[in-house]
Design a protein around this ligand. Structure first.
Ligand code: DER
Length: 264
């Protein structure tokens, strides 16, 4: 269908731009769009265009399946050889290609629609470059205006009810507000709603690859993604927040007419 084709167009363009035989370590995201990135990697591998010792870092069980099914070598993040211990950067991955649920005008992103955002953020953080791929539905001015399922928050199952109550009492103060520079709130809903993500073909809640639960918290428009990410991350028992503030270097969007938009 045309949305899948748009995802595929963006994925192929991003892989062709960023992956060649000089790339030694490649991070592979999770979700339905990166499936097409794996398809393109298999083509490039068969054309002999990839580094013979290319290492791919998975971000979920699904991501690892994509890597192995494409005949590539999966290596966990901390099992990577440190290429240059003296380097000023702690990054061990050349480039990571991953999907997103929504991307705003500054390339901040909501991720975690597929429940993979903890390992995705670990891999993104260890990458020199994070490249997002999506269809144009994800291209947005302000986070929270197109993706209305809420911010995915991975939480400890030990205290999910307490964390849910605390999330629903989140006060929208913003960094700017705390600096008394502006009265703008960090997000628009006065009373956020947090929902425990229920599994579809398994009784009970979704359990992430890491054994945790997910609360999806709807806060409305997110005017200050970094403030919201920090506010939520500070709650005891929150393991990772599905807001990637200032992490992506590029975002590739496939349009339904086959055209591509690359934002940097
Ligand atoms: O779960 C995730 O973080 C995925 O990367 C998600 O953000 C994008 O999944 P999609 O490509 O299936 O929309």
């Amino acid at each position: 269908n045309i949305v899948e084709q748009a995802k595929r167009t963006a994925a192929f363009a991003a892989v062709d731009k960023h992956v060649d035989s000089s790339v030694r370590v490649l991070g592979i995201g999770s979700g339905s769009t990166v499936v097409y990135a794996a398809e393109r990697l298999l083509e490039l591998k068969n054309e002999g265009k990839l580094h013979p010792d290319l290492l791919c870092v998975p971000t979920s069980f699904q991501s690892k399946q994509l890597i192995v099914d494409a005949g590539l070598r999966a290596v966990d993040l901390d099992d990577l050889p440190v290429l240059d211990a003296a380097s000023a950067s702690f990054a061990s991955i050349d480039v990571t290609i991953d999907g997103a649920d929504e991307v705003d005008s500054e390339l901040n992103a909501i991720k975690g629609g597929g429940g993979a955002h903890l390992r995705e953020k670990l891999v993104a953080n260890a990458s020199r470059k994070l490249v997002l791929i999506a269809d144009s539905r994800k291209d947005s001015e302000t986070l929270g205006t197109k993706w209305e399922k809420g911010i995915p928050v991975e939480v400890s199952p030990l205290a999910w009810r307490t964390i849910k109550r605390q999330l629903e009492r989140l006060v929208p103060q913003s960094r700017a507000q705390s600096a008394a520079l502006a009265s703008s709130a960090a997000f628009s809903f006065a009373n956020p709603k947090a929902e425990l993500r229920q599994a579809v073909r398994k009784a009970g809640p979704v359990v992430t690859d890491n054994g945790n639960f997910i609360l999806d918290v709807a806060v409305g428009s997110i005017y200050d993604p970094l403030s919201v990410e920090q506010l939520i991350k500070m709650i005891p028992g929150v393991i990772e927040v599905g807001i990637f503030s200032g992490m992506a270097k590029e975002a590739w969007f496939g349009n339904e007419d086959g055209s591509i938009v690359c934002r940097v």
